[in-house]
Design a binder for this molecule. Structure first.
Ligand code: KG4
Ligand code: ZN
Length: 325
């Protein structure tokens, strides 16, 4: 079964063709990220205008590259939520138009479920139930997954998302946007010698990142006023390393707790922040002797992409328990 995936929930325009929920025949993504950098965040108006301009070309390119004729497509799977309203509408409207024009069935899928599925592309069917952690610019969510149709949210962030915290720390340090990859790069040269802690939460599987971001802000302001000037490179490196380590520890702690309590032998870590090498290595090291397998998507599939949307769409469609558009 050949599925055309369409993803436009944030700043990317992406289309992909995936066969049987496993084999990626094509996966084309263009991003408007460069247009947002000077604003230190995504501007919804700019994102959806760019998506309107690019969606036809990106989809044509994905179909051409897959070598599957458009009439041989069995299904269109499109991200319906969560995301930026205007951006989602571009993908949904486009998918519906293609569906009607070529008489191809179309289903709507959840962006976070698609992120989780990105770790399973090209893999054997997982053993259910398992735990999944989605860490992105907009979400930090823990799920217990009983089947491809049953995703139970067991915890989420009470304030900033994990990627958002990276972005804000980068902004505090004047390093640029998106902050995650920059903070990771700086952290490589630093020592995690400063104590920044992620706050505790009342519910055991929830997260909170706004406290640690504020702790970094106070620390930086204090240094700046003491030195009456800019921070040294070493200070920036150490702040990034300390912040990153503390975030990794909080994510690992809650994920392990969820796996232990829900008796899961598998943990999936997905979303943009899961591209972070330090984080990936920290998870793998911690879980090495815990009899729990940890898997991540490849680094390119951590970012928003349509292959993951096509992949989860295939499974949901087979169960026919989804809204068709
Ligand atoms: O999943 P994603 O591409 O888009 C959303 O659905 O939000 O995630 C984007 C987020 C941004 O906040 C970005 O700073 C963060 O993922 N990110 C990273 C890294 N690469 C991207 N965070 C930490 N380390 C990275 N290497
Ligand atoms: Zn995403």
């Amino acid at each position: 079964m050949n599925v055309l995936g369409i993803e436009t929930s944030c700043d990317e325009t992406s289309a992909a063709v995936v066969s049987n929920g496993k084999d990626i025949l094509s996966n084309i993504t263009v991003s408007s990220l460069n247009l947002h950098k000077k604003y230190n965040g995504i501007i919804p108006e700019i994102a959806f205008r760019r998506q309107l301009e690019t969606i036809t070309q990106v989809t044509e390119e994905a179909i051409r590259k897959s070598r599957i004729k458009i009439k041989a497509l069995d299904l269109i799977s499109v991200t319906a939520n969560p995301g930026l309203l205007g951006s989602l509408l571009v993908g949904l409207t486009f998918a519906k138009a293609v569906s009607l024009s070529y008489n191809i069935r179309c289903i709507e899928v959840d962006h976070l479920y698609a992120h989780i599925y990105s770790a399973l592309l090209g893999q054997k069917k997982p053993v259910f139930p398992f735990i999944a952690l989605v860490i992105s610019g907009g979400h930090t969510s823990l799920f217990k997954i009983d089947s491809f149709e049953k995703f139970n949210l067991i915890g989420s962030t009470l304030d900033d998302a994990c990627g958002e915290a990276f972005d804000k720390v980068s902004k505090i340090l004047g390093l640029g946007y998106p902050g995650g990859p920059i903070v990771e790069r700086m952290a490589r040269y630093g020592k995690p010698s400063i104590r920044f802690n992620c706050c505790d939460t009342n519910k055991k599987f929830d997260f909170s990142f706004s406290g640690i971001k504020t702790a970094v802000l106070y620390y930086v302001n204090n240094l700046r006023s003491k030195q009456s000037g800019n921070l040294s490179k070493t200070q920036i490196y150490d702040i990034c390393a300390s912040f990153q380590k503390s975030v990794a520890e909080a994510l690992i702690k809650k994920s392990f707790l969820a796996c232990s309590e829900k008796r899961s032998k598998l943990l999936i870590v997905a979303g943009g922040v899961a591209a972070n090498t330090f984080l990936r290595e920290s998870f793998l090291k911690y879980f090495l002797d815990k009899d729990i397998k940890v898997i991540f998507p490849s680094k390119t599939l951590c970012m928003d992409n349509a292959a993951m949307v096509a992949g989860i769409g295939y499974h949901l469609f087979k169960k026919a328990e989804v809204k068709t558009c």
